[in-house]
Design a protein around this ligand. Sequence first.
Ligand code: GUN
Ligand code: FE
Length: 446
Amino acid sequence: MENLVIHGTYFTSKNMNEVESHEDHLICIDRCGTITRTLSPTNDEYSQILNDARQTERLIELKTNQYLLPGFIDLHVHAPQWPQAGLALDLPLADWLNHYTFPLEAKFADSHYARYVYQDFVHQLLSHGTTTAMMFGTIHNDANVELARQSIMQGLRAFVGQVVMDNPEQTPEYYRNQSSTTALHATEQFIKKIFALAKKTSSTVVPVITPRFVPSRTDEALTGLSQLARQYDLPVQSHLSESDWEHGYAIKRFGIHDTAVMDHFHLLTKKSVMAHGTQLTEDDLTLLRQRETTIAHCPISNIYFGNGVLPVRKLLAHGNSIGLGSDISGGYLPSLYHNIRQAIKSSQMLTDGVDSSLPATVRGVKDSRITMANAFYLATVGGAKALQLKTGKIAPGFQADFQIVNDHQTLMKLSSADIFQRLMYQTEQQDIQSVYVAGKKVYERE
Ligand code: GUN
Ligand code: FE
């Protein structure tokens, strides 16, 4: 017998170009939080299952204006930067890091402060419809463990990274690992603590190898981190070719692009997620494709720091792995709805800067636009594939990670396909009614 049945209309990606809508369906979920089957009203067992679930109070009945969507997967987010979300985004990246971000992250040496911030931040992610997040923490072991603990307590599927930044030339004295040896030791301690916590709580929290970006770390740290990633078979996260400044730094220090630097240190794997990539060349993209490394597209943040637009449509067509990230606080809100919208808007504004074969006077690159179905795919299936999770889709065999959203407009009767578009454009935090992870309610709007 099903443990839980949801009755209503749902939307899910069919593939990267199409979204399916299923009206008035039943979604059956077992005790482990896996979707076992979905039934249309024409199915012989439909009425029986609906009645049984109703009588035994295992039914979630969506109201007429409510819709079910997969939970979103945020592939790139800095949890400690939540207190400064929406600040100083008119500064260049290096100034923003040195004057705002590093001083704030240094405060997480105090694990009480970490708890105070992370408790709120995990709640914010869930209340925006995000059910899985790949997060940067700080260089502080205890604070990062606190982030994992809050995620477990509140039910977020979490990937948590212990940040490494040990290069004295590009990091301030008050916020850096004292040496590559201490950074590697702290990372290994962190991995062990997270494994122990996951075992004790039977949770799915995963530690992530997290070299911040090429300017902030030494060669010794990169070598050691790739060894740890291999030894413990862990995901890797970092920033890649985010801005002209960062891209130029790698060329100056190593004589090659930062993608090649990361590959030289064996940090591009099929479990790696690299944020931004607005300066990536064809060769870089080919290398990422060969390594099956995912790019976390952070369209809001890229507006501020990216000095370019990621050519998402080209990446999808070429078979690069790609998902979506809020990049709090390079992005100002933990909402993947806002990032879905910006991904579409940015794709429509692609200009000559992304294609060096075009003269500078030419505005626009042919066929660069992405659709709502493409952007929704990035926020759901794209992210799930990157993290090798069975989530992001409403279909048998997938985890029951959902959001139930309210549509307020009733002025005109719309097709399901149009309702989907409007939900994507208009849903805000207050429109999200409830959120589920593995069939368990993790958020309900008051
Ligand atoms: N590059 C290095 N660190 C950061 C960060 O915290 N945010 C962004 N957007 N880029 C970075
Ligand atoms: Fe970032």
